[in-house]
Design a binder for this molecule. Structure first.
Ligand SMILES: [Ca+2]
Length: 352
């Protein structure tokens, strides 16, 4: 560069260093400035600490992942750094107009996510989204996004749920299933009250029922199929898969509907039960005029009419635990399954 040109460029560089001109790239690759909120900074209500600093770079450096820090406001006029515990939430709803020369930066990857070498957020702990800004809607979204890498308990939040709740996710290569029921320990009783069936019970990693209310929120938020899987001792797995499983709300008794049975390796247990509300020993919705099916069979289910049901997977499992029924009224059964009881048994929601 010729010396006379260098003299012209020098003041520009000096100004940029002093005043952090807009041409300056991101001060830290963890942080970004949301374009849609230009001229705005995080509201005072979300600023939890103020520090004296010399530059925006120094300010951003104070926003450490271990702290509640999600954003910073660098006040150039006063050389102050305000640490914030919220971000623009992608719609500027947490923002207010900047006063004087203020610059706003926020964390690119939220909730513990880390930026990978491609500049994308690698999310953890059930979070998904471009910036790990929300809990996954179900296990399938977790697997597709890369958050769920192995089977286990994760938090999900279906679109209609007001708060997240934990479920067990099963992973199968690129597929995933949201487990809603699992039974393999004969000692765990499924003869439970209405409120237990509504709210869920058991250990999500072992025997459990996820809960009718959560099932309602899931199936009202997204289209799911319902899969039953049985793997009796010393036998191959049997399963059935129904399309379009939908569960109504509590006011409608958590009645269900299913679509076409796509696989019939297991007898169609839900045949004839369409539209039936759920029953437990203390809430009789079975439309059986002579007795309470749930009381008779010792477990909750979508019982309906004089014959109650073609299966009762929640019924008691009686010793010896050899996989064979004793023919006692109320012992767990599944029509077409021979003399064996439906056990161990699992129900999954599968994204369609
Ligand atoms: Ca009845």
């Amino acid at each position: 560069m010729r010396p006379d040109k260098w003299l012209l460029v020098q003041p520009v560089i000096l100004l940029c260093v002093l005043y952090h001109c807009p041409c300056q790239p991101m001060v830290d690759n963890r942080m970004t400035r949301p374009a849609q909120c230009a001229g705005q900074v995080i509201s005072v209500a979300y600023r939890y600490r103020t520090l004296a600093v010399r530059s925006s770079l120094e300010c951003v450096g104070h926003c450490r992942p271990a702290d509640p820090c999600l954003s910073v406001v660098f006040d150039l006029d006063n050389r102050l750094c305000h640490l914030g515990n919220a971000t623009s939430e992608d719609d500027c709803s947490n923002m207010e107009a900047a006063v004087g020369r203020m610059k706003y930066y926020e964390i690119v990857c939220k909730n513990g996510g880390q930026m990978d070498s491609q500049g994308k957020c690698a999310c953890v702990d059930s979070y998904v989204g471009n910036r790990c800004e929300r809990i996954m809607a179900d296990c399938t979204e977790g697997v597709i996004s890369g958050t769920v890498k192995q089977k286990g308990v994760y938090n999900i939040q279906p679109a209609l749920a007001s708060s997240p709740f934990p479920v067990f996710c099963r992973t199968l290569e690129q597929l995933s299933r949201t487990r809603i029921f699992h039974r393999e320990d004969p000692a765990v009783s499924f003869n439970r009250s209405w409120s237990e069936y509504r709210d869920g019970f058991g250990d999500l990693s072992g025997d459990h029922w996820l809960g009718l209310e959560k099932l309602h929120l899931l199936t009202a938020s997204k289209s799911y199929g319902l899969r039953f899987l049985m793997k009796p001792p010393n036998s191959t797995a049997s399963y059935s898969f129904f399309e379009d499983f939908v569960l109504s709300d509590e006011a409608s008794g958590y009645s269900f509907t299913v679509g076409t049975l796509r696989s019939d390796k297991l007898a169609n247990c839900l045949d004839g039960q369409q539209g039936a509300p759920f029953s437990a020993y203390d809430v009789d919705n079975d439309d059986n005029s002579t007795f309470n099916c749930a009381l008779q069979y010792g477990g909750g289910w979508w019982f309906k009419g004089e014959n109650c049901s073609l299966c009762s997977p929640m019924g008691p499992i009686l010793p010896p635990f050899d996989g064979m029924r004793k023919g006692v009224l109320g012992e767990s059964f599944w029509s077409g399954f021979g003399d064996g009881y439906p056990f161990p048994i699992t129900m999954y929601l599968v994204v369609e």
